[in-house]
Every structure is written in structure tokens, then in C-alpha cells.
Design a protein around this ligand. Structure first.
Ligand code: GEK
Length: 241
């Protein structure tokens, strides 16, 4: 796995983009930047095993290099599921496609280049949006989630993981400090942490748990629960009635 040292470079882009340089180091970047990344995938697999039906289509929206779908397809082999990953970064889709070929999963998983806020979604049993809604413009989020609600079959499941903010400023500050401690423990320097933070300003826009839950409810999901939280990261599950 290629090591992420993008923000050691003073010439790194001022605004974060999912270009080929990022795609190259992305698996290392996510593991070292998203607390409990693999545990969350594990919990997603557990939830899906419970809620999806044989033959269901499972979308991973903002699938990046395909890690989640590769893991799901490895674990959920019995019920003939159709796995579809969509991402608007060509470099990510190229990498995901290569990884699927490497693990002989090219017949089980389709990776599609497209804007998740615009592509036509076919009826599905599950939608996964891990660490991706935060990159969709806040004003576009509700209509986007409403489209996901429409695409899901009754009983279908939506899974969302996000970086989150807290309404209490002191708690918010503490959670961000704990997150930066985590990044230091993963080998990132102060400069890398500060540069990445500046590059994500106005690009990654986190909501609170309450705002995300309200957004999901306004988009048609009456059942919403948090199934995981690590300080300023949370995962939600919502079921379509
Ligand atoms: C994982 N879920 O491994 N349309 C399609 N893709 C988009 C859009 C959009 N409008 N906006 C952003 N992306 C993955 C990690 S990363 C999270 C998701 C992060 C894509 C973008 O290209 C990138 O691949 C992904 O969403 C976000 O669990 O980098 O913090």
C-alpha cells in the first residue's frame, strides 16, 4: 500500500481534490485518517447480512477504491447480491476496477464513474454512503437523500457514515483535539494535519448527529439510528418503511 505523504509537500493543492495522486495513496490515507475504518465496514457487513434480501442490488455511493464492496462481496457470497460502486473521480474508479480484477471480483462488482447526486439509481436493497455525504453541497443533501429513499425497496437499508460536529463548542473542540491526537498516533506530522485541514475547509462540510438525523427524517426515513460513534465520527442506519 503506497504511503500517504501528500501534505508533506508544500506544493500540495490548496483545495483538496480526489485526483490520481490521492487515489494512489488513498487506502493508506483512509486507514490512517478515519478512526475505526475497518470496524465500521465490519458493522456494515453485519447490518446488511440482516436486512438485505437474496438478489438485492447494493450501491456504494462515493465508493473510492472499492474497499467496502470488495469486503462485502467476500463476506456475502450466498445470496446472489449485485454490488455497484459509483464515484465521480476517474482515478478512484480505475483503482477500484483494478482491485476487483486483482481479487477476481470483476463479475460480482460493477464500478461506475458518475456524480452520485445526478446518476439514475435503479431499485436497490441497500445504499451505503460512507464518508461521502459530507462532500455533497449542504443545500443539495435533502433532495439527494430523497432520491435514495425513492430508489430503495420497502424494508431497504441506508447506511451513512460521516465526520460530525457537536453543537456544544467545548465538546466540539475536545473531539477535534482527540481526532488530531489520533492522526498523530498514525504518524501524521503537525504540518500535514494543518495543511490537510486547510485543504478540506469548505469542501468537507460536516453536520451534527441531530442535523443528519433530521435530514434523513425529512427525506422520508422514519426509522433512523446511530449504530457507531467515535468522538467526531458517526454512522447511521435508516430503514425505508
Ligand atoms: C470508503 N466510501 O472507502 N459523486 C460521486 N462521488 C463523489 C462525489 C459525487 N458528487 N463527491 C465526492 N465523491 C469510501 C470513502 S471518500 C471519503 C469515501 C474521504 C467521492 C470522492 O471522489 C471520494 O472517492 C469519495 O466520494 C469520498 O469508505 O475522502 O474522506
Amino acid at each position: 500500500m503506497t504511503k500517504d505523504n501528500i501534505y508533506q509537500d508544500p506544493q500540495a493543492p490548496a483545495d483538496f481534490t480526489f485526483n490520481s495522486r490521492v487515489a494512489e495513496v488513498f487506502d493508506d490515507m483512509l486507514q490512517r485518517s478515519v478512526p475505526c475504518y475497518h470496524q465500521v465496514i465490519d458493522m456494515v457487513a453485519t447490518l446488511l447480512a440482516r436486512f438485505v434480501q437474496p438478489g438485492d442490488r447494493i450501491y456504494d455511493l462515493g465508493c473510492s477504491t472499492g474497499t467496502t464492496l470488495l469486503e462485502l462481496s467476500r463476506r456475502m457470497t450466498t445470496s446472489e447480491l449485485e454490488f455497484v460502486g459509483i464515484d465521480n473521480s476517474p482515478a478512484m474508479i480505475d483503482k477500484a476496477t483494478l482491485k476487483a480484477e486483482m481479487f477476481a471480483k470483476q463479475d460480482t462488482i460493477r464500478f461506475i464513474h458518475g456524480d452520485i447526486a445526478a446518476v439514475e439509481l435503479e431499485p436497490c436493497g441497500a445504499c451505503i454512503l460512507n464518508y461521502t455525504l459530507q462532500f455533497i453541497r449542504p443545500l443539495a443533501r435533502q433532495s439527494f437523500l430523497t432520491r435514495l429513499h425513492q430508489a430503495l425497496k420497502p424494508g431497504g437499508v441506508l447506511i451513512i457514515s460521516e465526520k460530525i460536529i457537536c453543537h456544544d463548542l467545548e465538546i466540539n473542540r475536545a473531539f477535534i483535539d482527540f481526532y488530531h491526537d489520533f492522526k498523530r498516533s498514525q504518524g501524521y506530522t503537525e504540518t500535514e494535519i494543518a495543511r490537510k485541514r486547510a485543504a478540506l475547509e469548505n469542501i468537507l462540510i460536516p453536520f451534527s448527529i441531530r442535523e443528519n438525523s433530521e435530514l434523513l427524517q425529512k427525506s422520508g426515513f422514519s426509522q433512523v439510528e446511530t449504530f457507531f460513534q467515535w468522538f467526531n465520527f458517526a454512522s447511521f442506519v435508516a430503514i425505508k418503511d
